[in-house]
Design a protein around this ligand. Structure first.
Ligand code: ADP
Length: 247
C-alpha cells in the first residue's frame, strides 16, 4: 500500500476501448503540416496492462512522435490514441492533470532538479501532483526500490550517471503511475550500468507497471527479449512478441 494518496489511478472508461489496454493506437497518422513530413502512417497496436514493450527503429523512424502522442504533447492527424482510458484528442482541459498523473516519464538525460537532493526530487514530484500524506515515507519507499536509500541526501552532482538515472526512474514511479514511458533511458550509460537500469525497469514491470522502452540499444533488446515494436519510415513494420533486435 502506498503511504500517500494521489487520486484515482485509472482514467475514465467507456470510450470504446477495452479496459485492459493501457495504450491503444487505432490507424494513427501524424503529419507535421509545416514541413509536410509523414512521421507516422496508419499505426495500429495495443499495449495491455502489465506488458513490457521495446520501441525501436532508426533515427527518424517516428519513435519520438509516437511517445509524444502518448504524452499528448502532439495530437494525431488521423486516427485515435487512447492512453489509460483517455482519448488524447478528446480530453477536457479540466481532466489534463489526471491524464498526466497516469504516465511516468524518464528521459535519456535525467532532468533532475540540481538544487534538490535525491529524496527532495521525489517529494517535489509528489507535491506537484497534489499528493497528500507522508511524502517523505513514500519517497523513501521508492528510493529503496531503486536501490538508493543510502543516497537520499545526495544532490544530483554527487551521484553517478547510473544513480542519477535511478533517481529519475524513482521520480517517475513515485506518483504510482500505471504507465512508465522511457526514452533512451540507457543512452548515456556504460554497458554494465545500462544493464542494471534495464534490470530495474524489469523489476518495476514485474510489480505491475506497464513499461515502454524506446531505444537503439541492440544488446539490451537482445539480452532481455520482450515484445518489440519496430518502426521504419513511420510505419509499424514489426510487432514481435518474442523480441530481439532487427530493424
Ligand atoms: P525518431 O524519434 O525515431 O528519431 P521522430 O519521431 O523524431 O523519429 O521523427 C520522425 C520524422 O518526423 C522525421 O522525419 C523528423 O524529421 C520529423 N519530425 C519530428 N518532429 C518534427 C516536428 N516537430 N516538425 C516537423 N517534423 C518533425
Amino acid at each position: 500500500m502506498s503511504a500517500v494518496s494521489v487520486g484515482a489511478r485509472r482514467g475514465p472508461v467507456g470510450l470504446g476501448s477495452d479496459s485492459t489496454a493501457v495504450v491503444e493506437f487505432r490507424h494513427v497518422t501524424k503529419t507535421y503540416s509545416r514541413t509536410h513530413t509523414h512521421a507516422l502512417r496508419n499505426v495500429d497496436f495495443r499495449i495491455e496492462k502489465g506488458e513490457f514493450v521495446y520501441l525501436t527503429g532508426h533515427s527518424g523512424a517516428g519513435k519520438s512522435t509516437l511517445l509524444n502522442l502518448m504524452l499528448r504533447r502532439i495530437l494525431p492527424t488521423e486516427g485515435s490514441v487512447v492512453v489509460n482510458g483517455f482519448d488524447v484528442s478528446r480530453i477536457r482541459v479540466g481532466r489534463l492533470p489526471q491524464f498526466r498523473r497516469g504516465i511516468g516519464m524518464v528521459f535519456q538525460d535525467h532532468r533532475l532538479l540540481d538544487n534538490l537532493s535525491a529524496i527532495e526530487n521525489l517529494t517535489f514530484a509528489l507535491r506537484a501532483v497534489g499528493a497528500r500524506g507522508n511524502l517523505e515515507q513514500r519517497a523513501m519507499q521508492v528510493l529503496r526500490q531503486v536501490g538508493l536509500a543510502h543516497k537520499r541526501k545526495a544532490y544530483p552532482i554527487e551521484l553517478s550517471l547510473g544513480e542519477q538515472q535511478r533517481v529519475a526512474i524513482g521520480r517517475a514511479m513515485v506518483t504510482d503511475a500505471p504507465l512508465l514511458l522511457t526514452d533512451e533511458p540507457t543512452g548515456n550509460l556504460d554497458p554494465d550500468t545500462a544493464m542494471e537500469i534495464l534490470e530495474l525497469l524489469n523489476d518495476i514491470n514485474l510489480r505491475g507497471t506497464t513499461v515502454v522502452v524506446a531505444t537503439h540499444a541492440r544488446d539490451l533488446v537482445d539480452r532481455y527479449k520482450r515484445r518489440t515494436l519496430v518502426l521504419r519510415n513511420g510505419e509499424l513494420v514489426r510487432d514481435d512478441a518474442h523480441g530481439g533486435y532487427s530493424l
